[in-house]
Design a protein around this ligand. Structure first.
Ligand code: GDP
Ligand code: MG
Length: 716
């Protein structure tokens, strides 16, 4: 039976996973492995994708992808799978090169510790980062937030810590840009200690990444984050024993409240100094046959002296057997690489034949076996109250009938609040700048300086500053949706529609963010695993009318359609959306014919957004905008003012009206020069100038028009 055939509410056991490459790997590292129980929880309003529950968390999968997974009902599965897999033992390693790969670095006492933060999306890395470094990174309950490495610095117990927040990832294979990025970071930067953020209430899947760090033999400290949630669920964890088994110190933390952070840093220091007693180099065993091949290949590789030292030889050998393309590239320089690769391919073929599954699958099976074994001895499950509550909310929010209405209502609320509520403070700011302009007019004598201040700077900057309230409100909503977990649901609900456009549900968030600003939106596309979907999303995002365009829209709609301004405004937004859809479909039909990666996306439990995180995010946006006003926009308004004020005869005669003076300005000359090219669009020279001026920042259309049309006879 296929997983996709499972009805809502039914459960089954996974028997096999078809498909290959990125798809299978991705599915497996998300927890879809042989022998696991999976429940079909709920389908999205358009019946596709479907929310499944596996390993105590929820994940969304398209039906076409669920059809690649073979399952059996529980009673049938027991016979097919045979007796439960025995606990896979792991032994402390005494003598491999991994042990002396990273010698205790106490020869020269270093006072600086480079720490990298690694963990699944939503494990609280950014919250940890903020709490530790006191910096103001944005946190969010959605996997799209951290897209780049950020480094913060702080001092603790005589050490200087350089802490790097890395993007969230489920594993360290080479199928998504994050994975490649993090592995590259570890390879090149060689952090002294890794803090692995792990969701304490969802250990089974979260520890998968930890097993990869064990393979890499990195000095690691696990932050058992969200320990409050684990305690609230009534679960019991013997974290010291778990740490001793894995050879990794484990420290319970609550990043949100700052609990356990000193203990975490103490553990980092002890690990760094090589005196933490849980630290131990272990090998996870991958079964007799595979271990035999790993040993043979490592021995072969060890004969050469050009194997990169950053990672253990055992790791390189494992990855070659898995057929990891990225690793092949990294090792490509080695003299005997061709021989190794050939030996690895031969061994992989015979292993696949012998075990009836490929090496990747064997490895992830054993990893999960290893995790299960360790948890069996240290962990007692509590009740999954948080999950149950999230499911109740989802039954409403992603309901067949209510899902879209709720979604549309939220979007409507967001835009109405932005535009109507924002209008009040907007008036105040407008009034403030108007008053300032008058004061200056009254104080200064006529001339260039007065004109520069009143019309150039105050007029131009004021025209842009009035949009600050709207930007704040928009980001309040986006931040609340991200932090609460609703953004992931929006992607879940929208996937089918987005799929019709040739995109992913995940493309929806960048596109939505595009209404705020295209730059972070395009950066956020990094979380879309599929290369083609990512590129298409990037290419159509500029059709989403960003907030910088809003002033222009409002100005034009209000001026030319005073009675239908709102309708015209919505029409502009919708037209942009429509063009985006058409472009995306066109690109999908012509240039990017196939889509290679699955739509697996975690649906994190709903969490209350914290006031602090929300305010922080709003402040970040506000600061960004103010900075822009103070820099690019200020300079640009001055330049535009200069170009439109000069050249100017010494003493204007009666015949030289303001209007006539503009006609001679540099600006007008430029405008008139390009006018013929823009004439087909119906633009006169002023509009042409405004358009040119908007190249650095779109808001500048407004301030340019402000400068160009002010003092004009038909000002109104
Ligand atoms: P990241 O994706 O790993 O960077 O995770 P974030 O730092 O953005 O956090 C994801 C969500 O978990 C946010 O809503 C945080 O407020 C929340 N969170 C982070 N740490 C904790 C914690 O220790 N306890 C609880 N209850 N929530 C937390
Ligand atoms: Mg983050």
């Amino acid at each position: 039976m296929k997983l996709s055939e499972l009805k809502n509410g039914e459960s089954a056991v996974i028997i096999d996973i078809a498909g290959h490459g990125g798809f299978r790997k991705r599915i497996m590292e998300m927890g879809f492995v042989r022998g696991k129980l999976v429940v079909s929880v709920q389908s999205s309003p358009m019946n596709d994708p479907v929310k499944y529950s596996i390993m105590g968390y929820d994940v969304s999968l398209r039906r076409s992808e669920a059809a690649m997974i073979d399952v059996l009902y529980e009673h049938e599965a027991n016979a097919a799978l045979g007796p439960a897999k025995a606990f896979v033992s792991h032994e402390s390693c005494e003598s491999c090169e991994g042990c002396d790969l990273r010698p205790q670095r106490q020869v020269v006492r270093k006072t600086e510790i480079n720490v990298a933060l690694v963990g699944n999306p939503n494990s609280g890395k950014t919250s940890l980062f903020n709490a530790l470094s006191g910096s103001s990174e944005h946190v969010g309950n959605y996997s799209g937030v951290t897209v780049d490495a950020k480094t913060g610095h702080f001092n603790y117990r005589g050490y200087r810590f350089n802490l790097t927040d890395l993007p969230g990832t489920y594993s360290l294979s080479a199928y998504s840009p994050e994975e490649v990025y993090i592995r590259q970071h570890l390879f090149e930067q060689m952090p002294d200690v890794i803090i692995n953020a792990v969701v304490a209430s969802n250990l089974e899947r979260n520890l998968y990444l930890t097993t990869e760090l064990i393979d890499l033999n990195q000095r690691t400290v696990v932050a058992l984050n969200m320990y409050d949630e684990l305690e609230a669920s009534g679960a019991k964890l013997d974290h010291e024993q778990l740490g001793a088994m894995l050879g990794i110190p484990m420290v319970p933390t609550v990043a949100r409240s700052g609990k356990g952070l000193n203990a975490l840093l103490d553990a980092v220091i002890e690990t760094f100094e090589g005196r933490h007693n849980a630290v131990r180099h272990i090998h996870i065993s991958y079964g007799e046959s595979l271990e035999r091949e790993i040993a043979a290949l490592s021995a072969h590789m060890r004969d050469s002296d050009d194997v990169p030292l950053q990672f253990p030889v055992r790791y390189w050998a494992m990855k070659l057997l898995e057929g990891d393309a990225q690793i092949a590239k990294q090792l490509g320089q080695c003299q005997h690489f061709a021989q190794w690769q050939e030996a690895a391919a031969r061994a992989a073929r015979s292993l696949t034949k012998e075990q009836n599954k490929d090496v990747e699958m064997t490895i992830s099976d054993y990893k999960y076996g290893f995790i299960n074994g360790a948890l069996q001895e240290t962990f007692v499950e509590g009740k999954q109250e948080a999950n149950r509550q999230s499911r109740r909310i989802d039954r409403l929010v992603a309901n067949k009938w209510l899902g879209f209405p709720i979604f549309i209502a939220l979007m409507w609320l967001m835009f109405t609040a932005t535009f109507t509520l924002g209008a009040y403070p907007q008036d105040w700011i407008d009034g403030l700048f108007g008053w300032l302009g008058q004061v200056v007019e009254g104080l200064l004598p006529d001339g260039a300086v007065k004109d520069l201040l009143a019309n150039g700077i105050i007029g131009g900057v004021g025209a842009v500053a009035v949009f600050l309230p709207q930007i704040l409100i928009l980001y309040l909503f986006i931040s609340l949706m991200e932090d609460s977990g609703y953004m992931a649901r929006a992607a879940f609900i929208m996937d089918k529609l987005m799929h019709r456009m040739g995109l992913h549900g995940k493309s929806f968030i960048p596109l939505l963010m595009g209404f705020g600003c295209n730059v972070p939106a395009i950066m956020a596309t990094r979380t879309i695993e599929s290369h083609s979907s990512r590129l298409i999303t990037i290419l159509v995002t500029p059709f989403m009318s960003c907030s910088a365009r809003l002033p222009v829209f409002i100005l034009l709609a209000g001026t030319f359609f005073p009675n239908h301004a709102a309708t015209v405004l919505i029409g502009l937004y919708l037209t942009g959306g429509l063009v985006a859809v058409l472009t995306a479909r066109l690109l999908r039909a012509t240039h990017f014919k196939n889509d290679e990666t699955p739509f697996v996306m975690e649906l994190p439990p709903y969490r209350w957004p914290t006031l602090r995180a929300t305010l922080r995010h709003m402040w970040d946006k506000c600061a960004q905008y103010l900075k822009k006003i103070g820099s690019v926009i200020l300079v640009a308004t001055v330049v535009i003012w200069f170009l439109s004020y000069f050249p100017r005869p010494e003493a204007p005669t009666a015949g030289n009206s303001e209007q006539a003076l503009y006609e001679q300005s540099y600006m007008a000359r430029i405008g008139k020069f390009v006018e013929p090219a823009l004439r087909p669009m119906g633009f006169g020279w002023r509009a042409s100038v405004a358009l040119l001026a908007s190249i650095p920042a779109k808001e500048l259309v407004v301030s340019t028009m402000g400068v160009l049309y002010s003092g004009d006879a038909d000002d109104e």
